[in-house]
Design a binder for this molecule. Structure first.
Ligand SMILES: Cc1cc2nc3c(=O)[nH]c(=O)nc-3n(C[C@H](O)[C@H](O)[C@H](O)COP(=O)(O)OP(=O)(O)OC[C@H]3O[C@@H](n4cnc5c(N)ncnc54)[C@H](O)[C@@H]3O)c2cc1C
Length: 546
């Protein structure tokens, strides 16, 4: 064991590793990038996190840099769960549900708790967190908070940010703070502190007070339902002048602080839903039909295109009634529309939805039967088949899969995707949250080939330019990570980017927390970090075992 690892091991209660095997195991996440850490730590307590942060800060004061990357299950697709310094892996020990108050519908958790286990525990109390990423079986709540995760029910229930009540956060220098909304009097008290927390409140207050014009210009014209770019400055200060740092930490991808505990709000769990499945011959009316359906308040409007459907039907046996797809009827896409209102309201809404859909297609059905719903949703949930797909050296790459546009441009968005894939002569499958015009698409490329490696950057550049042109966001469902950093300015402009940089340097003056994520990675660095192969086959190895 090297000097750093043995020093850390002698001061921490969790395990420390610096052998090649462990460093390699944590050198990839679910992105196309790779970075080998110097040290891997399984923190056991908040005190361990504080000691690591303090150690890294003290080294920085002596001009040695050893940055910190917090990590849940490493399912991040943007290269935000890898780093060159110390990787802190939370699922190993800090994986507990600490307190559940089913009356108040609040749950206090450690960051490494598995999202699925949390959901199952909540469900036994008649509760759940209605927003969850499709990777929830494998990922942690800390990762979901740090990525401000978004899921199939986000159309109705927002993103994880809407379900986080308070956070406990270890700051870059090891200080421990609690977030929550505070009024002017308390803000002034915080601003008077000589600590890093005091400095953070001074900077956040100044940035928000002095840049109304920049913030208004950006947020007023933003018409997407979710934007994960940079830091969520719009949600920090209310009209009454109160400030809550929670929204700024949510979605910050470990670049402003390390979450050591979280209190989340839960909702009554209602598994009884009505599901409408409809098959449309062409995309021509997609914007109109989705806009009309949105007005009914469904909990989901998701879609898969016909290429996705065909692929899934080749991979597994999927029973679709002839009405939806047959040799005589080949749809362009399927819509899955779900209503979860209490009591009879959901059936009423679902019937109204059916009436709307029938104006465009007769190829539709409505069901509330659990097994029948599963039979259709298996298609929508088959994303992992696509993202895991390999053929020869080619793999399905997550490089442009988190963008969204204003819903009124849904049709234009889909056309743009097909146009770009056609130009690059690549097969295309489109799926995602049509209700929020938040769609996924993965180019199928071989990272061992120079021409395909070049295409990665050409496709990103062209795609992101087009997304911004239609008024969209390049980072909707997931954050900027490393992969999208070179394109952030394209969307937000110089002034807003400067505000993000001021925030980052206020929270993390030595640039120790996940450096290069959200801010500071250029295309050359991306090129150097681009993997030579891409696969999620090794994925289970990422999950620490104790
Ligand atoms: C097949 C597939 C489907 C996906 N579907 C979705 C989806 O539907 N919606 C969605 O939003 N995402 C999705 N993702 C992305 C990712 O799985 C989720 O965002 C997930 O919530 C990340 O959790 P994790 O535990 O894997 O976090 P990690 O990947 O380990 O980390 C994610 C980010 O959180 C930071 N982080 C982790 N723990 C902490 C902490 N304690 N303090 C501070 N920062 C921390 C990391 O530094 C990193 O920046 C998908 C990924 C895959 C591979």
């Amino acid at each position: 064991m090297g000097k750093v690892a043995s020093y850390l091991q002698s001061h921490l209660s969790g395990e420390v590793f610096d052998d090649d095997q462990m460093r390699k195991r944590f050198s990839t996440d679910a992105s196309v990038l790779s970075m080998t850490p110097s040290v891997v730590v399984y923190p056991r307590t908040t005190n361990d996190i504080r000691k690591i942060a303090r150690f890294s800060w003290q080294l920085a004061e002596k001009k040695h840099t050893l940055p910190i990357t917090a990590r849940g299950s490493g399912t991040d697709q943007t290269g935000a769960a890898i780093g060159k310094g110390i990787i802190m892996v939370f699922p190993a020990h800090m994986n507990k549900i600490l307190e559940l108050d089913s009356q108040q519908k609040l749950v206090r958790v450690q960051p490494g708790v598995n999202f699925k286990s949390l959901q199952e525990t909540l469900q036994t109390h008649g509760l759940h967190i209605p927003v969850f990423p499709s990777s929830y079986k494998y990922s942690t709540i800390g990762g979901a908070i740090a990525n401000n995760a978004y899921g199939e029910k986000s159309l109705k229930y927002g993103s994880i940010a809407d379900w986080v009540d308070k956070l406990e956060v270890v700051l870059a220098n090891g200080e421990l703070i609690q977030t929550g909304r505070i009024g002017r009097k308390e803000i002034d008290k915080k601003k008077g502190l000589t600590t890093l927390e005091g400095e953070i409140y001074r900077i956040v207050d100044a940035v928000l007070s002095e840049n109304d014009d920049v913030l208004d210009e950006y947020y007023d014209k933003l018409r997407v339902t979710k934007d994960s770019i940079g830091y969520a400055l719009a949600d920090v200060r209310r009209r009454d002048g109160s400030i809550d740092l929670t929204p700024i930490f949510v979605g910050s991808q470990g670049t402003l602080g390390v979450i050591s505990e979280a209190i989340l709000r839960a909702e009554p769990y209602n598994p009884k839903t009505e599901l409408l499945v409809a098959a449309f011959e062409s995309f021509d009316n997609i914007t109109e039909v989705v806009t009309r359906l949105r007005n009914l308040g469904p909990s989901m409007i998701d879609m898969v295109d016909d290429n996705f459907l065909e692929f899934i039907q080749q991979q597994q046996s999927v029973n679709l009634p002839e009405n939806l797809k047959s040799p005589d009827y080949k749809p362009s896409f399927l819509l899955f529309v779900e209503f979860d209102n209490p009591g009879k309201a959901k059936l009423k809404k679902a019937k109204q939805a059916m009436k709307i859909v029938k104006a465009y297609t007769d190829h539709c059905l409505l069901t509330n039967d659990f097994d029948e719903k599963e039979q259709y949703l298996i298609i929508r949930h088959a994303t992992s088949e696509v993202v895991n797909y390999h053929q020869g050296g080619k793999a399905s790459l997550p490089i442009i899969d988190a963008a969204a546009v204003p819903v009124e441009y849904l049709f234009d968005f889909i056309q743009m995707i097909y146009r770009i894939f056609d130009k690059f002569k690549l097969p295309v499958m489109v799926w995602g949250h049509a209700g929020d015009a938040n769609l996924h698409v993965h180019p199928f490329l071989d990272l061992a080939k120079l021409t395909d490696r070049q295409k990665v950057f050409q496709i990103m550049e062209e795609y992101y330019k087009e997304v911004v042109k239609i008024g969209g966001t390049i980072s909707a469902e997931q954050g900027d990570g490393r992969i999208r950093v070179p394109f952030v300015k394209l969307q937000v402009g110089d002034k807003m980017l400067d505000l993000f940089k001021i925030i980052k340097s206020g929270f993390d003056p030595h640039n120790l927390l996940n450096p290069g994520v959200k801010i500071g990675t250029d295309p050359k660095q991306l090129g150097e970090a681009l993997r030579k192969e891409y696969s999620l086959a090794h994925f289970a190895d990422h999950l620490p075992r104790t």
